[in-house]
Design a protein around this ligand. Structure first.
Ligand SMILES: Cc1cc2nc3c(=O)[nH]c(=O)nc-3n(C[C@H](O)[C@H](O)[C@H](O)COP(=O)(O)OP(=O)(O)OC[C@H]3O[C@@H](n4cnc5c(N)ncnc54)[C@H](O)[C@@H]3O)c2cc1C
Length: 455
């Protein structure tokens, strides 16, 4: 196994997309197989050295950033072990990226549906954060697509976990989770299996060494369009109304507010000048007339593969441009990742808007994301220390409101090292104690993922 203690090399593993500063580590493991993982974790266990796992290092929460101890990066665990076209599954090592999986399975006309935006993320990272994507509206998050996991525990023991084998009750936490999109803290559900516990555990319970994912046939014809609206309210109401039809052919509704469009105009000057919001829709259908008849404003329809790719690039540009702004302003990411029940979404949206209106134009902000799942990222862009404090207060107010409405404080990015306070608001002391109890069962010396989920 490769081990590195050269600080120049380690430096390349002290950042993710949260902009969280101050990470440091004494060494870096680059395992090439499961045996290397076991050797490394046993070494850390013997010396009581903290170990932080990292994959693509694209997290938005600081979760792959070490604060002491060693790092284990999975980039050399990058083999696609099997693609089974007939039974529609693939077995991959944890360091394989989403881009590599998509490229490999499309040759067999197969699709891995969750579709998180960042394709340099690894499947191990996606499992550990229960990543979701645009198409999670129709297909659900990563959790729904994991058939089997191999996990190396902090003791060095290897678990090969299959679905449909309920976990012993004492190994899983006991509290009530909201029945909506949620990636906050450990999963808890009566009769759950251990796969579900490891999904979303942010590298704190074990090291994922192999993943079996379920696949579906590639989508048939899709209609892809971006509809522009004259006001944000008009766009939000349009989606809420369309959602009541519960059309199972719609893959996603994605939202862009006025400031998102303004940011995008730098690269896309063809965005209509009168547009104050937009909704990106993908539907498995070959009949665009349904939307053409409904939408009165300007609309971009993608009719061939090239145009569809262009719309995807347009959507994917949003988080990338926002992350560049955080870098430019020298601020850690200060963004909500909140989802609420459908019948509370309008109230939450109005709460976002009223708080933002009170502080505009000084504090920059951008609302975008997975409106189909009542889940928006409200990015606050502070330029000064005073604005940073204000942004933190605003997000805290959003978190409290979301919990009051039965929502989740993190629908897809997880807690990492920057949202501990929000997790406590969501589950209270008793919920956190349950999580700590489970953590101690798997990792009695608390060496894995130090600072993730728990402060
Ligand atoms: C431009 C951009 C767009 C994004 N869009 C989305 C999106 O649409 N949806 C979404 O959910 N997220 C999104 N993200 C966030 C990020 O891509 C996800 O959180 C992703 O799942 C992280 O994967 P990674 O391989 O980069 O993991 P890392 O960032 O390296 O690590 C993330 C967590 O996983 C743990 N981990 C990694 N590998 C393992 C392993 N083998 N075993 C145990 N633990 C492990 C780490 O310890 C850490 O806790 C986006 C990020 C960016 C920069």
């Amino acid at each position: 196994m490769t081990k590195q203690t050269d600080q120049e090399i380690i430096k390349g593993h002290l950042e993710d997309s949260s902009n969280l500063p101050g990470g440091y580590a004494s060494g870096l493991y680059l395992p090439k197989n499961e045996h290397d993982i076991i050797e490394a974790i046993k070494e850390c266990q013997t010396n009581k050295v903290p170990l932080t796992i990292s994959g693509g290092e694209t997290a938005t929460t600081g979760s792959p950033i070490p604060f002491g101890g060693w790092i284990m990066n999975t980039q050399k665990l990058n083999q696609i072990i099997e693609i089974n076209e007939k039974e529609k599954f693939a077995i991959v090592e944890p360091g394989v990226t989403l881009a590599e999986i998509e490229k490999a399975i499309i040759k067999n006309c197969l699709l891995y549906p969750p579709d998180p935006t960042e394709k340099n993320a690894t499947i191990g990272g996606n499992v550990s954060t229960n990543a979701a994507g645009g198409r999670s509206y129709r297909f659900g998050p990563t959790r729904n697509w994991i058939r089997r996991l191999k996990v190396v525990l902090p003791s060095g023991e290897v678990l090969n976990l299959k679905r449909e084998v309920p976990s012993p009750q004492q190994l899983v936490p006991n509290y009530i989770m909201p029945k909506i999109k949620n990636a906050a803290g450990y999963y808890s559900k009566p009769g759950m299996d251990l796969i579900d516990l490891f999904i979303g555990s942010e590298g704190t319970l074990g090291i994922i060494s192999e993943v079996e994912i379920a696949l579906v046939p590639a989508l048939q014809e899709t209609i892809d369009l971006v509809a522009f609206f004259k006001s944000e309210n008009e766009a939000v109401d349009f989606v809420l109304k369309e959602k009541t039809k519960q059309d199972k052919t719609i893959n996603f509704f994605e939202y862009f507010d006025e400031n998102t469009l303004q940011m995008l105009r730098g690269s896309y000057p063809n965005i209509p000048q009168t547009a104050k919001a937009a909704v990106y829709i993908e539907q498995e259908s070959d009949d665009p007339t349904y939307w053409a008849e409904k939408l009165t404003g300007e609309c971009w329809f993608a009719t061939d593969a090239k145009q569809k790719q262009e719309l995807q690039t347009f959507r994917h540009a949003v988080p990338e441009l926002i992350n560049e702004l955080y870098k430019k302003y020298g601020s850690i990411k200060l963004a909500s990742d909140i989802a609420v029940p459908t019948n509370k979404f309008k109230e939450m949206y109005e709460f976002y808007a009223s708080h933002l209106a009170a502080h505009t134009p000084t504090l920059g902000h951008i609302k975008f994301g997975h409106i189909g799942e009542n889940h928006l990222h409200v990015n606050l862009l502070p330029k000064t220390e005073v604005e940073k404090k204000l942004a933190q207060e605003i997000i805290l107010a959003y978190v409290k409101k979301a919990v009051e409405l039965g929502g989740s404080i993190s629908a897809e990015h997880g807690i990492g090292k920057i949202k501990h306070e929000y997790l406590k608001i969501m589950y209270g002391d008793s919920g956190l104690s349950e999580m700590k109890r489970v953590k101690s069962l798997f990792d009695p010396n608390w060496i894995l993922g130090k600072g993730n989920i728990f402060s």
